[in-house]
Each structure stands twice: as structure tokens, then as C-alpha cells.
Design a protein around this ligand. Structure first.
Ligand SMILES: [Zn+2]
Length: 274
């Protein structure tokens, strides 16, 4: 009977899914290895600002990423815990407080020692993002399921939590954008009303950034975000976490949309430490 076959099939999928989430739950529940936590505390400056409960949740998500993703050194970089933990902990910041499938379109993270020269610089179409001009800091290729990062820039981005520049947050924001199958600067949102409000607010902010960039006016958001909606979301994410107070003051609507999506309020974190 067809109905039985469908029933068996969906039961099978359900069992696989349940097994995956049980495995993730047990990784999250395990104590985070101490030498990894020391790496996070030493390398990822923003970690110290998080509320204690968020720190624990972040480490749990980082643990899942470290177990599930393939971290690989490019030419000149031997993969080591310091590199993979620094990347996973920053990426995990984007997953707090939400149901997550852990960047499902991403399989491998390839890390070069320093900004590398891309050979694919002409291929701007087909879901390939290039950041910068000739020497690229990192890029995300939707179809190849790989993300390429430079360790120099990962490290520098993690060390300064106030400059609004963070390569890992930028690249993993692109991954969130891909999750719903479209690379349009809109990640998977909960409701139609939220999608409408997001499109309206981010659309206006992108236009404003374009006008300011054309006029040569100083902007809080990196003018690189004026490139297209996908870059705007990635740049806005960096600003949201790293220049939160200014973003909330100067672009309250945009701050509100990001706060609702990320379910976090970084402008309220560790204000004493600033
Ligand atoms: Zn980008």
C-alpha cells in the first residue's frame, strides 16, 4: 500500500532527525573542554560581555559546530584547536536563543594563514561572494558548501569587539541568509508580518547607506553593505554585535529588526566594561 510506504519513509526520516537532535543535545550537555574554553576567553573578546547563561549556551553551540563541521587548513596553515575554536565560538554567537539547524548548508571551513588572492575573482555570479577586491579576506560559496577564511582576519576580528568589523560574523550571517534557499539579505523569519517589516526597514536603510556612500558621507555601517541586500545584512550583523549602542541610537529601526531576529540585545551587554 502506498500509504504504508509513505508512512515508513516518513518514520525513517523522523528517526534520523531525532537521532541527530539527541546527539546534538548530548554534545551541548557535556562540559566544554577547559583548554577550549581558555582559547575562547583569550581570543574571542566579545565572549566576556555575554550574560553567563548565554556564555554557556554559546559554548554548547560551538561544541556542536566543532563536532559536525569539517575544519581544514589551506596551504600554509596546519589546522589546530586555536583556529577552529576561535571560529566556532564566534559563529555560535549567531545561534543563541533560536531553534537552529547549525548552518545546514555548510560542510567545510577552510582557513588560510593570511588574506589570500582569489582565483575566482571574476565569478561574482552563481552564489559566490567575494569580499574585498583582489586580496580576499573570506568568501562563502553557497553551492560548494564551503567557507574560506583567513586566520589573520579571523583573529583580528575576534580581538577587537568594538570596531564593527568581524569576518566570522559576516560570513556566517551569509550562511543564515542561505538557509531559506534565497540569498537576498533576508534570513528565515518567523512570520509574514516580520518578513514585511524586515523588507521595509532594511530596504530603506540600504537606500540610505547607498545615498551616503555616493555622497561620501561618513556612515556607521561599512559602505560595503551598499553593494546588495545580502552584503547589507552581513555588514549590519557585524555592526549589531560590535557597535550595538551606536546602532541602536542612530538606526533604531534596523537595530529592532536585528534584535528580533537574533533574539539578543547586545547594546545592553556588559556596559560597565565599555
Ligand atoms: Zn559578504
Amino acid at each position: 500500500m502506498d500509504a504504508d510506504i509513505f508512512g515508513i519513509h516518513s518514520l525513517h526520516v523522523h528517526v534520523i532527525f531525532a537521532r541527530k537532535s539527541r546527539r546534538r543535545e548530548s554534545w551541548r550537555a557535556e562540559p566544554f573542554p577547559e583548554h577550549w574554553q581558555r582559547i575562547v576567553e583569550r581570543r574571542v573578546a566579545i565572549f566576556a560581555r555575554l550574560p553567563a547563561a548565554d556564555q554557556q549556551e554559546l559554548l554548547g553551540h560551538a561544541r556542536v559546530l566543532l563536532e559536525e563541521k569539517h575544519f581544514e587548513g589551506g596551504p600554509g596553515l596546519v589546522m589546530r584547536d586555536e583556529v577552529r575554536v576561535t571560529i566556532a565560538a564566534q559563529a555560535a554567537l549567531l545561534l543563541l536563543h533560536r531553534d537552529t539547524d547549525y548552518f545546514p548548508r555548510l560542510t567545510s571551513i577552510i582557513v588560510y594563514p593570511t588574506g589570500y588572492v582569489a582565483h575566482e575573482s571574476a565569478a561574482h555570479e552563481g552564489g559566490i561572494w567575494t569580499e574585498g577586491d583582489e586580496s580576499l579576506l573570506g568568501h562563502t560559496q553557497r553551492d560548494l558548501r564551503a567557507l574560506v577564511l583567513s586566520w589573520d582576519d579571523v583573529r583580528a576580528g575576534a580581538a577587537d569587539p568594538d570596531d564593527g568589523h568581524n569576518l566570522v560574523l559576516h560570513e556566517f550571517a551569509h550562511q543564515l541568509d542561505f538557509e531559506d534557499g534565497y540569498t537576498d539579505g533576508t534570513p528565515a523569519l518567523d512570520t509574514g508580518a516580520q518578513v514585511q517589516s524586515w523588507a521595509h526597514v532594511l530596504g530603506e536603510e540600504l537606500e540610505a547607506l547607498r545615498r551616503a556612500a555616493d555622497a561620501g558621507d561618513p556612515t556607521l555601517l561599512d559602505p560595503y553593505g551598499a553593494e546588495d541586500p545580502a552584503e547589507f545584512f552581513a555588514v549590519a550583523t557585524e555592526t549589531f554585535f560590535e557597535r550595538a549602542v551606536e546602532l541602536r541610537q542612530r538606526h533604531p529601526g534596523l537595530y529592532g529588526e536585528l534584535q528580533r531576529f537574533y533574539r539578543q540585545d547586545p547594546a545592553a551587554w556588559g556596559t560597565a566594561a565599555r
